[in-house]
Design a protein around this ligand. Structure first.
Ligand SMILES: Cc1cc2nc3c(=O)[nH]c(=O)nc-3n(C[C@H](O)[C@H](O)[C@H](O)COP(=O)(O)O)c2cc1C
Length: 216
């Protein structure tokens, strides 16, 4: 790689779609989150439930990847994955984590901090059983995050699992399931003109949420 491509420094968007003000923000941040994700859905944004999940690596350095939000309730933000993956191992060692949602066409970002715990087996099985057969098989095929010799290895494991399960049903693997992140802090970012964005942060203190405005 030589010089940095010059187009990067000239890429910028003017944020002017909306405002986020204390007087109309709900007292419950989950209510606002729901409004924003429904807004993203209503505007046909691709994969509005995609979120960046940041965890703490076993070496103390952060790691991040995208996962899909598959549920939201009083237990928190739910996602499903392989418990033996890198993220799974990192969560076992340190349950503190962060999520970021970016709905760029709406000039919206949401950041969440909290602690992760496993969802009950029943949630994993119920979600797993709702997935297409190929996705279910994929969960058995992939030793997620481990180094593999090549694509062929994956394809031969797939053939092996196809032979094992046939037409199904395919049971939920014991190493696969759900997590939920229980939020302690949720920040809503609304892009505004001249980079003077609105940032409202909700912090959970005991059982109530405190709302504060942060400088952009
Ligand atoms: C849009 C998108 C959605 C994804 N959703 C999931 C998901 O819900 N669960 C999952 O385990 N991996 C998902 N992935 C793959 C992860 O980003 C990641 O590659 C994988 O989970 C391994 O991460 P790890 O090695 O850090 O554990 C998704 C990737 C993308 C790009």
């Amino acid at each position: 790689m030589t010089d940095s491509p010059t187009f990067l420094r000239d890429l910028r968007v003017s944020y002017d779609l909306d405002a986020l003000v204390e007087s109309s923000a709900p007292a419950d941040p989950l209510e606002l989150f729901q409004l924003w994700i429904e807004d993203a859905l209503a505007h046909d944004l691709p994969e509005p439930n995609a979120m960046t999940l940041a965890t703490l690596g076993l070496d103390g350095a952060p790691s991040a990847r995208t996962v899909l939000l598959k549920g939201l309730d009083e237990r928190g933000f739910h996602f499903f994955t392989n418990y033996e993956s890198r993220k799974g191992q990192e969560i076992s060692a340190n349950p503190h984590a962060a999520l970021t949602f970016l709905w760029t066409q709406r000039h919206h970002q949401v950041g969440v901090r909290g602690t992760i715990s496993k969802l009950p087996r029943q949630d994993a099985e119920s979600y797993f059983n709702s997935r297409p057969l190929g996705h279910q098989l994929g969960a058995w095929v992939s030793e997620q995050s481990s180094v593999i010799p090549g694509r062929e290895w994956l394809e031969s494991r797939q053939a092996e699992m196809e032979a094992r399960f046939g037409e199904g049903p395919i049971e939920c693997p014991p190493f696969w399931g759900g997590y939920t992140l229980l939020p302690t802090e949720i920040e809503f970012w609304q892009g505004r003109v001249s980079r003077l964005h609105d940032r409202l942060r909700y912090r959970r203190v005991d059982s109530t949420w405190i709302m504060e405005r942060l400088s952009p």
